[in-house]
Each structure stands twice: as C-alpha cells, then as structure tokens.
Write a protein that binds this ligand. Structure first.
Ligand code: MRU
Length: 360
C-alpha cells in the first residue's frame, strides 16, 4: 500500500502503531523505502520485529525501544496457556533474542528490561493476564515517548532564535520516535512558536537518513530545509549559514559523552571550531548511567556493502577493505547542552546529569 504524503503534519501514518488487542500486530512504516514510497509493513512475530530493527525498517533509538517492546508481546502470543515457569522461560528467550537486533541504542535494552521487570512483579496473574499486562506496558512506553518528545521540544525551542540556521545530522524526528522526535521536535516547536528557521540537513552517509528521512519530514511540516553532503558542514559553518547544531543520541554515558550516528562527532568538532553551540536532544531513556564514559558504549559495525554498493550500485572496486562503524561518540566537552524532557542540562558533566535525572 502506498500512502500519500500529508503536507502539514508528521508522517501520513504513525511511524509505528499497535493494531488491535493482545492478539493484534505491530504496523510500521518501512523506512528503507522513504522518501520514494511511504508504505507500512505488518509485524506479527518477534522475528519480523527483529528483522525490521536490524535492517532499519524501523530505526532511531526511541522507536527501536518501542518496537522491541511490542516485539515481546508478539513473541508471547502463543504462550498464553503455558504455566508460569514456561512463560517466564519464553519471555527471557524472546527478550534475549530481540536484544541481539542492534547494539548501540540503549532504548532497546531499557524497554526490554522494563517489560521483564513488569512480568516478574505480576506474581498473582496467569499467563494470559501477564501477557495483557505486557501489552499495556508496551503501550505505556509508547505513550511516554510521545510525551517526552513534546517536552523536549518545549525545553529546546527556547535555545533557538528567530532567523537562525540550524544544522542537524541523521534523523531524530517523528520517524525515529513515537512522537515528534527529539532534535526535530526542538525545531518543530520553535517553528510552531513563530521562529523562522532554516535547517541544513547532512545527508548522513552511508544510509542517507538525513537526505531520505529528515528532508522528507521537514518538507511535510513545511520547515525550510537545504540538503548538504556531510563533507560540506564545515563550509556551511564558515559561511555563517548556521548558528546552532541540534542532533539526537543513541546512548549517553553518565558523564555526557553521547553516541549518535556516524559523523556526529565530526560535526561537533567543527561546531566548536566555529564557536557554534552544539546541542544533543534525547529522552531520559537514552541515558545509560551504568557507563561512566562514552568509551564503554558498544559501537555497531555494519556490512561493507552499505558503503561499496549503496542503494544497489557498486561504487568501490571489488575486494576493497571497508570499515563501517554506524555510530561515533561525541565527548561531553563538545556538547553545549543536553535537551531532555526534564529540562536543559548545562554544563554537561556527571554531576549535572545525575542531578537532572535523579527521581523525585
Ligand atoms: O542507524 P539509525 O538510523 O537508527 O541511527 C539513528 C540515529 O543516530 C539518531 O540520531 C538517534 O537514534 C536519535 S533518534 C531520536
């Protein structure tokens, strides 16, 4: 099914959506087809969700977490009559399996842990009732993510002034979350407040999330956007076309070091060289306080073919050696502020992050 683009809001259908009750399924936009086609797929098994995450049909840290939560529900749909020990064993094997889909975005592990904990707490329920409870929790994760995006937008919009050029990298928009996004939520909220912004979107080699997804989303929301190759960011800054950088994150360590799409670190260094503020927008589910610094964040390495045969065309000689890390880590010292649903964290360090994320 091909869906027409909607000119005044986010994607024409939700990025991801649970259809039906406990026997239902997960509907996802297949982001590998954008911007040419906006088509959805229906996942009815945990294997389908695993494949969708691994191949980036659904991608972006918060959206991966929400999809995985629903994947657990799918993986237990045929376990409703099992006694508790067998249900628990299935729950563990499904969550362990989904945890192997991608390594860097901590939202994946955060969501899976949360479902595991809920199931353990429900001691008085039978398997069918516990499954229903898991679906309710997955829905709650999705709802909270939507709210966190809105709050990130509200807090971050104050950092952008009328007339600014804003550079972003990869896609941290509605396609990457259950809501309006993280970095793009900041831009959408500022634009909604009447600030005239012009976005420069890095194309984001090798999978072009900036060109394919961010440009598509911004066009739909009628936010002025100009596409540039990643290698042009320095020149765009030197020409004073941008006054701020806003990106998302896949995992933020306790000291504020932030993993995000490969190329983000280079943009941060360039921003520092040009005295341009570099902001990272992310919900609390993207923080991993168990890691002291970003050096401990696992970095996904993807297939060489993404570089040598991008989008079906050979662009490098046969047999060439390739290194393809999908993420890099921007040291906290390059980050002017973290924009979270709890507010803006500045300066970025272990103490300020611990204070901001401490539960009331
Ligand atoms: O490989 P991807 O497309 O999943 O990478 C996504 C990013 O790096 C995003 O910037 C990040 O997940 C933040 S999304 C709100």
């Amino acid at each position: 099914m091909t869906l027409s683009a909607n000119s005044h809001s986010g994607p024409p259908v939700p990025t991801l959506e649970w259809i039906g009750d406990a026997g239902g399924f997960l509907r996802l936009i297949d982001q590998t087809l954008l911007p040419v086609e906006c088509r959805h797929i229906e996942c009815r098994t945990a294997e389908c969700v695993w494949e969708a995450i691994r191949t980036l049909r659904v991608r972006g840290a918060p959206a991966i977490g929400v999809a995985a939560a629903y994947g657990v529900v799918l993986g237990l749909q045929d376990a409703l009559d099992l006694p508790r020990p067998e249900f628990d064993a299935r729950l563990n094997s499904v969550t362990d399996y989904l945890a192997t889909s991608r390594p860097t975005a901590v939202n994946l592990f955060w969501a899976l842990d949360r479902l595991r904990r809920v199931a353990v707490e429900e001691t008085d329920l039978d398997s069918r009732q516990r499954h229903a409870r898991l679906l309710a929790e997955a829905r709650e994760i999705e709802r909270e993510d939507r709210e966190m995006c809105a709050a990130i937008g509200r807090h971050g919009a104050a950092l952008l002034a009328d007339g600014m050029g804003v550079l972003t990298h990869c896609n941290a928009g509605a396609l990457a979350t259950a809501g309006d996004g993280t970095a793009l939520a900041v831009i959408f909220a500022a634009a909604a407040a009447g600030k005239r912004l012009h976005v420069y979107a890095d194309e984001t080699r090798p999978l072009l999330q900036g060109a394919r997804l961010t440009c598509w989303e911004l066009q739909q929301r009628q936010v002025p956007v100009t596409l540039i190759c990643d290698s042009m960011a320095g020149q765009v800054m030197r020409e004073r076309r941008v006054q701020a950088v806003v990106t998302g994150a896949d995992r933020i360590a306790a000291n504020g070091d932030a993993a995000n799409k490969i190329g983000t670190y280079s943009v941060a260094v360039l921003a520092r060289a040009h005295a341009i503020p570099f902001y990272v927008a992310a919900p609390s589910s993207t923080f991993d306080l168990s890691l002291a610094t970003g050096a401990e964040i696992p970095i996904e390495e993807r297939q060489p073919a993404e570089i040598t045969h991008g989008f079906g065309r050979q662009t490098a000689p046969d047999g060439i050696g390739v290194y393809n890390p999908a993420f890099d880590v921007t040291p906290a010292e390059y980050i002017s502020a973290l924009i979270t649903e709890r507010g803006v964290i500045r300066p970025v360090n272990t103490a300020s992050i611990a204070g901001a994320l401490a539960t009331e």
